[in-house]
Design a protein around this ligand. Structure first.
Ligand code: NAD
Length: 316
């Protein structure tokens, strides 16, 4: 069966890479990229593109009707750091946008929906190390509790309406093809750009702040593997923990230094993103993803570092 795939919020860090991967698999003409902003360089002239504001219900309804997608990926969101500056806007986009998509997915009988959650669903009273799938969850950022509420809605639409909605709690994502969109883990992308441009970087998190991170190639592969898995294997309809690899800014700087001995790292103090990072897990248990759909990580810290520097060098 030919899939017709609609990606909403395609212009961002994940969408740029996900659309390319989906077009490789399903053919460019079958993957409709959409965003509130005009298409970036990677999306321009590489396949169909629609302007879509996920909050504009009438136009979104029109686009579902026009394209009759078999799969929808909803990536439009306000991320953790920006969400703290615009809390009501973040809540509105992250919640109302999701509900529009879930409703239209039911109405137009979309076969599968993907919506990403985040490790931000955990909070200061969640276990910090090897955080399990099920535990106390008391997120204290708007981003975090919008994602937690979103997870509950996803599970609700699955059990109430039979909608095949699937989700991953992504860790902080690192990729070279697109810039990050205002999260707490953005430093782990900026550091590579600055290392190549200026041989130095001032981070905004403390040297010892460990966070779970993941290379974009792994994140895209996890997404496609989850979406390909037989429905009966998906035992979690809220969102799957995804561990990635946990490291501190100091460990990342040391890894870059191995390949660029002149690189210098410094650390800014009193950045508001520190408090967000401190409320998140330091490492994650993703055994359920391994068990249900065979998840295996490929990129550890040395491999991420080498790949980032090698590829970024060609475009900076
Ligand atoms: P991003 O900010 O890079 O991209 C979001 C895209 O959504 C942008 O292109 C933006 O123009 C678009 N957008 C904003 N408002 C819109 C609207 N009203 N209608 C349509 N499009 C709109 O974000 P990303 O990093 O690609 O993240 C995608 C998803 O993955 C989000 O749900 C995010 O919470 C989640 N996530 C990302 C990370 C990460 O590290 N990048 C980690 C965990 C979860």
């Amino acid at each position: 069966m030919t899939e017709k795939i609609f990606v909403i919020g395609a212009n961002g860090q994940i969408g740029t890479e996900l659309v390319a991967a989906l077009r490789n698999i399903h053919g460019a003409e079958n993957v409709i990229a959409s965003d509130i902003n005009s298409p970036n360089y990677a999306l321009r002239n590489t396949g169909p593109f629609e302007y879509a504001n996920v909050l504009d219900k009438d136009n979104l309804h029109h686009l579902f009707d026009k394209h009759r997608p078999t799969q929808v990926y909803l990536l439009a969101a306000i991320l953790s750091a920006v969400g703290e500056q615009k809390p009501k806007m973040a809540w509105d986009l992250n919640m109302t946008g999701l509900l529009h998509v879930l409703d239209f997915a039911v109405e137009f009988k979309v076969q599968k929906v993907f919506w990403p959650s985040s490790i931000a669903v955990f909070g200061p009273h969640s276990p910090q190390y090897n955080t399990p799938q099920y535990c106390v969850m008391d997120p204290n950022t708007v981003y975090g509790f919008s994602k937690l509420a979103g997870e509950r809605w996803c599970e609700y639409y699955f059990s109430k309406y039979g909608l095949d909605v699937r989700s991953l709690r992504y860790p902080g994502l690192i990729g070279w093809r697109a810039n990050p969109g205002g999260g707490t883990t953005d430093y782990a992308v900026h550091i590579f750009h600055e290392a190549l441009k200026h041989q130095k970087y001032q981070g905004f998190l403390s040297a010892q702040t460990a966070l779970p991170m993941m290379y974009m190639d792994d994140a895209i592969r996890a997404t496609l593997t989850l979406m390909d898995a037989p429905a009966e294997n998906i035992t979690i309809r809220s969102s799957y923990n995804l561990a990635g690899v946990s490291f501190t800014p100091e460990q990342l700087a040391a890894e870059i230094k191995k390949l660029m001995p002149g690189f210098e790292m410094s650390y800014a103090e009193n950045d508001p993103r520190q408090a967000i990072a401190d409320s998140w897990p330091k490492s994650i248990d993703d055994s359920q993803a391994q068990q249900d759909w065979g998840w295996q990580l490929e990129y550890d810290l040395p491999k991420i570092t080498e790949d980032m520097l090698t590829n970024l060098k060609t475009i900076i």
